[in-house]
Design a protein around this ligand. Structure first.
Ligand code: FES
Length: 180
């Protein structure tokens, strides 16, 4: 981790995290892709960098990005909350988002989410005690015809997730982490 979080005292307003030189250099590379008066266009890339380095985007991290890009903190917060891929809290090694939008719900999306809750012993939004899995509902992933669908770590799309395939997925990910 190349930045560190600044913990605010109870009740005090959050303070921006202190960005390391390495993080600033990564931000600068993103900002350089845009005209000088449009550096705010790098906001998503900067938030992604912060998340890669810290595992999630904290309120303090948002403030640091806002400060760096000269944006209103609320404008950065709107980006973080709009996109599913930004974690506003720490998440497990594998974040699983099951699509629960209507077309998927009509074709087993909710049932798949329920099955995973039971299998992992967590509530929706929860993280397993071993820190391996975080389970969340997701928005339409553009694969409605393949329902139930889910995304692992915002990247790997899994389609037609029957009970058997859900079990295989969990077993496979556990094995990959040596915890089967
Ligand atoms: S509604 Fe689930 S992928 Fe579109």
């Amino acid at each position: 981790m190349s930045s560190h979080a600044t913990h605010s005292a109870a009740g005090a307003a959050p303070q921006p995290v202190v960005l390391s030189d390495a993080t600033r250099a990564r931000f600068a590379r993103e900002v350089a892709k845009y005209p000088a008066d449009q550096k705010q266009s790098a906001v998503m890339a900067c938030l992604s960098i912060l998340q890669q380095e810290q595992g999630h985007v904290s309120a303090e991290g948002e403030l640091a990005v806002a400060e760096y890009l000269g944006m209103a903190p609320m404008a950065v917060h709107e980006v973080t909350t709009f996109y599913n891929m930004y974690n506003q809290r720490p998440v497990g090694r594998f974040k699983i988002n099951v699509c629960t939008n209507l077309p998927c719900t009509l074709r087993g999306g909710g049932k798949a989410l329920e099955r995973l809750c039971q299998r992992l012993g967590v509530e929706v939004g929860g993280t397993t005690a071993d820190g391996l899995f975080t389970l969340q509902p997701g928005e339409c992933m553009g694969a409605c015809a393949d329902a139930p669908v889910l995304l692992v770590n915002d990247r790997n799309m899994c389609s037609y997730m029957s009970d058997d395939k859900l079990d295989q997925l969990i077993d496979g990910l556990r094995q990959a982490e040596g915890q089967a």
